[in-house]
Design a protein around this ligand. Structure first.
Ligand SMILES: Cc1cc2nc3c(=O)[nH]c(=O)nc-3n(C[C@H](O)[C@H](O)[C@H](O)COP(=O)(O)O)c2cc1C
Length: 392
């Protein structure tokens, strides 16, 4: 029998799915509901010193959809609006009611040693399992010199991690920003300052689009907009890349985040080095109940593969990442067209012709491949509207 139970730096997780710091973890009563529905834990919405000014914008979200499905989501939301005392009471309440759920306190403060250490010392007394340092919010906070302004600077990230580690009585995860040239370098810097783990990624800085009648970008806040944080399914390839790059350079535990919508996405993160995963946008769009299928799907997959635990899955794909130079380029694949699926629309012929190779043509109402021209790039298989082309 496979199990989803796992342990990360001595913290026991009932299952590897925890809620990321965001609106689904902004209220105590709703976290209570999420725990009851089966989430393994929650990273609390980022807690700040009570006097840090935070005024939210309306509206604060934008999205792009494929049909009814939200593929990409942008937000310009700031941090928690609960006071530290409200969090202390709430964490205590949740611990009593859900003793086995992981609670991680996400924190952020101005770049002042006393401010970070005061916040940590206050929360040390709460029954949390770990801290997560939010060095990565890309909007609003960087204007105050915090959030992503910290996480894009290895020296400041390292300095603050050191301050926190001096006084923290709990393990410290550092949540990194993907908006850097080399995320592994920032991870290494905080590891050298004593970080116990890495959370990656926070949102990707973005601009969702522009209304071409008003010329106001989205989201429109009384006629103006600002750059926001992009999340959801479309950032998953960036999150996967970041987690893999961190894992290639560090043995620290990683909480993988970014575009996780189902068990399959979570499993991919684990193969690339994540020890557990965090979910935000999928829950914001579809509700806490998505946890049921996530857990069942991952468990079924482990059993199908004959794996006993997540340990058997972890890092499995890392050895299969190579430099481009070292890829085996001695063999080539060719397109195979499934005659039953093909609708003879000729889109594959057009795109192959117009994107360099002219290897496909229509002969006797069938798509045929000229192997002399084909380079096995696979473009035709991606352009086919009926998934009738596979590369073999
Ligand atoms: C509306 C919204 C608010 C967020 N607030 C926070 C926050 O307070 N602290 C934080 O560390 N990350 C915050 N995030 C980032 C998420 O925790 C997560 O890193 C990001 O959304 C990527 O995961 P996802 O694709 O599953 O949403 C927020 C994200 C969204 C969409």
């Amino acid at each position: 029998m496979a199990t989803l139970k796992t342990s990360v730096i001595g913290i026991d997780f009932e299952n590897p799915f925890i809620l990321a710091s965001a609106p689904p973890t902004a209220r105590i009563d709703s976290i209570d509901k999420a725990f009851t529905l089966g989430w393994g834990g929650a990273v609390l919405k980022t807690i700040t010193p009570d006097d840090l000014e935070m005024i939210e914008a309306s509206q604060r979200y934008a999205s792009w959809k494929n049909g009814n499905r939200v593929c990409g989501f942008e937000n310009i939301e700031l941090l928690s609006h609960l006071t530290i005392q409200q969090w202390l009471d709430g964490i205590e309440f949740l611990r009593k009611k859900h003793p086995n759920k992981v609670q991680i306190a996400s924190i952020m403060a101005p770049v002042v040693k006393e401010e970070w250490q005061k916040l940590v010392k206050t929360l040390n007394s709460a029954p949390i399992d770990a801290f997560e340092l939010n060095f990565s919010c890309p909007h609003g906070m960087p204007e105050k010199g915090i959030g992503m302004a910290i996480g894009t600077n290895a020296e400041i990230s390292s300095m603050i991690t050191g301050w926190v580690k001096q006084v923290s009585k709990k393990p410290v995860f550092v949540k990194l920003s993907p908006n850097v040239t080399n995320i592994a370098k920032i991870a290494k810097a905080v590891e050298n300052s004593g970080a116990d783990g890495i959370s990656a990624i926070n949102t990707v800085q973005a601009m969702m689009g522009v209304n071409l009648d008003t010329f106001v970008p989205m989201p429109n806040v009384n006629g103006k907009s600002t750059f926001g944080g992009y999340s959801g399914a479309s950032v998953r390839p960036i999150g996967l890349r970041c987690v893999a790059q961190i894992r290639q350079n560090s043995d620290l535990p990683i909480l993988g985040i970014g575009g996780i919508c189902n068990w399959h996405d979570a499993a991919e993160y684990i193969t690339l080095g994540a020890d557990a995963v965090q979910v935000c946008t999928e829950v914001m769009i579809n509700g806490y109940a998505v946890i049921k299928a996530m857990k069942q799907g991952l468990l079924d997959y482990l059993e199908r593969k004959g794996f006993e635990s997540l340990e058997d899955l972890k890092n499995r794909a890392i050895a299969n990442i190579s430099s481009h130079e070292k890829l085996d380029k001695s063999k080539q694949v060719y397109p195979h067209i499934d005659e039953e699926l093909c609708i003879k629309c000729s889109r594959c012929v057009t795109v192959c012709d117009e994107s360099e190779h002219s290897a496909l043509s229509v002969n006797n109402n069938r798509i045929t491949v000229n192997r002399d021209n084909c380079v096995g790039c696979s473009l035709c298989s991606h352009a086919c509207p009926k998934a009738a082309i596979t590369m073999k």
